[in-house]
Write a protein that binds this ligand. Structure first.
Ligand code: SAM
Length: 281
């Protein structure tokens, strides 16, 4: 993550014509961030709106390309590299899930308008929505060894970012299971606007979900305790029919690691914000 203060004044931003080039997404994001921390002024607002218009044009163009051509696999990775300069090797361990310019880019690319407010109260042991940082999903796809037949399921998918990114980066079918109807509807609308098929969002409590076609299940700690164990039991039953993998992120890893029907594939101690891979025995 680049934390250098690149800009020292509004004037340096106004003068820097390269910020108006579409390719300079990362520097533009840093300039907009710098402006947002300044006291409000009409001069600051004016240059911010110029830079935001460049982004608007850029994303309109990218939405049209994705809708028309699909853009999965290497083509999608190259697109990200072109605008954000990100590669999976940039992924240093962080003690908490931190977000960076890759998340800003992915938010603008995949999600439209304002994020919805939840309309249902979470039950006991359920964890509120917080998204997996985009660079962690890149890391997941780099390490997961997917086959074309794999079906990836994000259990507690929120607004669907992990399912979107895994589909776009790996080209495989992905599903999201989510308790909150507003998040699920929103994820479906975003997928429809980009004409992405092979992406499904199901609004159901994970305890009642159908896991019969999934081969790789992802959990960024959607719930804990008894609820987590009920869902793990449903996955264990699936594993009697076919081999499955589970990938965890966050505090649920330690609980999943105690399941005797799973073999841990990621060596090392349980670090909260490291992806951990398991395979059914
Ligand atoms: C920590 S967020 C993870 C979001 C997403 N998987 C990601 O990584 O970006 C947990 C999500 O699980 C959902 N959730 C909590 N309890 C659930 C349940 N019983 N069934 C389905 N989803 C649930 C929450 O609404 C929330 O969106």
């Amino acid at each position: 993550m680049n934390e250098r203060p690149l800009f020292s004044s509004i004037e340096s931003i106004e003068r820097d014509n390269s910020l108006r080039e579409e390719k300079q997404f990362t520097r533009r994001a840093e300039a907009i961030d710098f402006i947002e921390w300044m006291p409000l002024s009409s001069r600051a607002e004016k240059i911010k709106s110029v830079l935001e218009q460049v982004d608007d044009q850029l994303f309109q163009k990218l939405w049209t390309t994705i809708s028309a051509e699909g853009l999965t696999g290497a083509t999608f990775k190259n697109l990200i590299k072109e605008y954000v300069g990100f590669t999976a090797t940039d992924n240093d361990y962080q003690e908490e899930p931190g977000y960076d310019n890759l998340d800003i880019f992915i938010n603008k690319l995949l999600f439209f308008e304002t994020f919805p407010q939840p309309i249902k109260d979470l039950g006991p042991e359920m964890v509120y929505y917080q998204k997996t940082p985009a660079r962690i999903v890149f890391d997941l796809v780099g390490s997961a060894d997917f086959t074309r037949e794999d079906i990836f399921v994000d259990i507690g998918c929120g607004m669907g970012q992990v399912a979107f990114l895994v589909h776009l980066l790996a080209g495989i079918t992905t599903k999201g299971i989510e308790f909150e109807p507003a998040y699920c509807d929103y994820a479906r609308q975003c997928a429809a606007k980009l004409h992405l098929s092979h992406l499904t969002f199901i609004n159901v409590d994970a305890r009642a979900a159908d896991y019969s076609d999934g081969t790789i299940f992802f959990m960024y700690t959607p719930f804990m305790g008894k609820l987590l164990h009920e869902v793990l039991e449903a996955l264990r039953r699936e594993s009697l029919r076919r081999s499955i993998k589970i990938i965890t992120y966050g505090p649920c890893t330690a609980e999943v690691a105690r399941e005797s029907w799973l073999k841990r594939l990621t060596p090392g101690e349980n670090r909260l914000y490291t992806l951990t891979f398991f395979r059914s025995l």
